[in-house]
Write a protein that binds this ligand. Structure first.
Ligand code: PGA
Length: 250
C-alpha cells in the first residue's frame, strides 16, 4: 500500500524571530503544492504565532515539539494541546528522546500526552527509539516494543489511525551516524508488524518516519525503503537548502 510521505522538521531549541523569518520565507518559496511529500515544521512554542502568520495559506503545516498531558490547570510552564490548536498547529512531537532523557518522560506519560493531543484534533508524531547501549545489547526490539505497547494500550487502533510514528535511534540523533537503510527498514517493519497485531488496516496506513542525521545525501535511500514513509529532520531542518533538498528527494 502506498502511503503519503511526510517530511517534518524539528527545529529543537534553535531560532530567533529574524532567523526564522528568513528560513520560513525560503521554505515557503521552495515548497510548492506540486511537491510530492507533505511538509511540516515543529518549532519552539514562542514562535508559533510567527510561523502561523508567515506560513498562512502555504502547503506547509506546523506543530510544536511537546504538549502537556493536561487540558488546563495549575501546571506552571506547561502548554496544552488547546493552546497549540489556537496557533493553527496540525502536529506535535510527543516523546522525543531528548524529552525522555532530559525530562524523564515515561512511556505512560508519552502515551497520555498523545491522548491529550488527539482529543483536541492534533496529530501526535510519536517518537520511539533505542540508545546505543540498548542496540549493542540486542535490545532494540524489546525497547521499541515496550515504548509502543504503552502507546497502543492508551490510544488503541482509533488513536493510532490518527497518529504518526517516528523511529529515531538515539545513537543517530545529531551524531552524524545514520542508521543504514537496512537497519532502519528492519525496525520500521517491526513497528508496523507490532501495530498490525492491533489492526492490520491501521498498520498499512500508518506513516512511520525515520529520524537521526537524515541529510540530503542519505534521504533518498532511507525514504526509498518500503516501510519508511518520510523523515523527522533535526539539524538539516535549520538550513533551507538542505531541508528543501530532502523534501525534493522524498
Ligand atoms: P538530527 O535530529 O536530524 O539532528 O539527527 C533528529 C531529531 O532529533 O528529531
Amino acid at each position: 500500500m502506498s502511503r503519503p510521505t511526510l517530511v517534518a522538521g524539528n527545529w529543537k531549541m534553535h531560532g530567533s524571530l529574524a532567523a526564522n523569518l528568513s528560513l520560513l520565507t525560503a521554505l515557503r518559496a521552495g515548497v510548492t503544492p506540486a511537491l510530492k511529500p507533505q511538509v511540516a515544521v515543529c518549532v519552539p512554542t514562542p514562535y508559533l504565532a510567527q510561523v502561523q502568520s508567515v506560513l498562512a495559506g502555504s502547503p506547509i503545516a506546523w506543530g510544536a515539539q511537546d504538549v502537556s498531558e493536561h487540558a488546563q490547570g495549575a501546571y506552571t510552564g506547561e502548554i496544552s494541546a488547546g493552546m497549540l490548536q489556537d496557533f493553527g498547529c496540525r502536529y506535535t512531537l510527543v516523546g522525543h528522546s531528548e524529552r525522555r532523557a532530559y525530562h524523564h518522560e515515561t512511556d505512560a506519560q508519552v502515551a497520555a500526552k498523545a491522548e491529550a493531543a488527539l482529543k483536541i484534533g492534533l496529530t501526535p508524531i510519536l517518537c520511539v527509539g533505542e540508545t546505543l547501549e540498548e542496540r549493542e545489547a540486542d535490545a532494540t526490539t524489546q525497547v521499541v516494543t515496550r515504548q509502543l505497547d504503552a502507546i497502543i494500550a492508551r490510544l488503541g487502533a482509533a488513536g493510532l489511525s490518527k497518529s504518526v510514528i517516528a523511529y529515531e535511534p538515539v545513537w543517530a540523533i545529531g551524531t552524524g551516524k545514520t542508521a543504514t537503510p537496512q537497519q532502519a527498514q528492519a525496525v520500521h517493519a517491526m513497528i508496523r508488524a507490532c501495530i498490525a497485531q492491533v489492526d492490520g488496516t491501521v498498520a498499512d496506513r500508518l506513516q512511520i518516519l525515520y529520524g537521526g542525521s537524515m541529510k540530503p545525501a542519505n534521504a533518498k535511500e532511507l525514504m526509498g525503503q518500503p516501510d519508511i514513509d518520510g523523515g523527522l529532520i533535526g539539524g538539516a531542518a535549520l538550513v533551507a537548502t538542505d531541508f528543501l533538498a530532502i523534501c525534493n528527494n522524498a
